[in-house]
Write a protein of this length. Structure first.
Length: 116
């Protein structure tokens, strides 16, 4: 299984970005898909998860109402739409496949930088 995250970049506070996670095989159809992030000097933290059927969607409190996770099974891709971005959202964002508490597969990460 390979996961390829993309879509990161530099954006001003209040702006938006859409992250994509392209998966190999039928990964998106077989696993719960997740987004995590790791800010400089901090531990990696959970951001969002989406269950197999597209239900069971959960977010960490700090991104609720601003981020939206979705999946396109036909394209084997998971998305993270990020709006109203804040400087504290600056981090490397990783997609991961598997149980949210212990994902099995990880992508390489994409850097999101939010300037104030």
């Amino acid at each position: 299984v390979q996961l390829q995250a993309s879509g990161g970049g530099l954006v001003q506070a209040g702006g938006s970005l859409r992250l994509s996670c392209a998966a190999s095989a039928r990964t998106v159809n077989l696993y719960t898909m997740n987004w995590f992030r790791q800010a400089p000097g901090k531990e990696r933290e959970f951001v969002a998860t989406i269950g197999l059927s597209g239900g069971s969607i959960w977010y960490t409190d700090s991104v609720k109402g601003r981020f939206t996770i979705s999946r396109d099974s036909a394209k084997n891709t998971v998305f993270l739409q990020m709006s109203s971005l804040k400087p504290e959202d600056t981090a490397v964002y990783y997609c991961a496949a598997g149980p949210v508490k212990n994902p099995i597969y990880w992508g390489q990460g994409t850097l999101v930088t939010v300037s104030s």
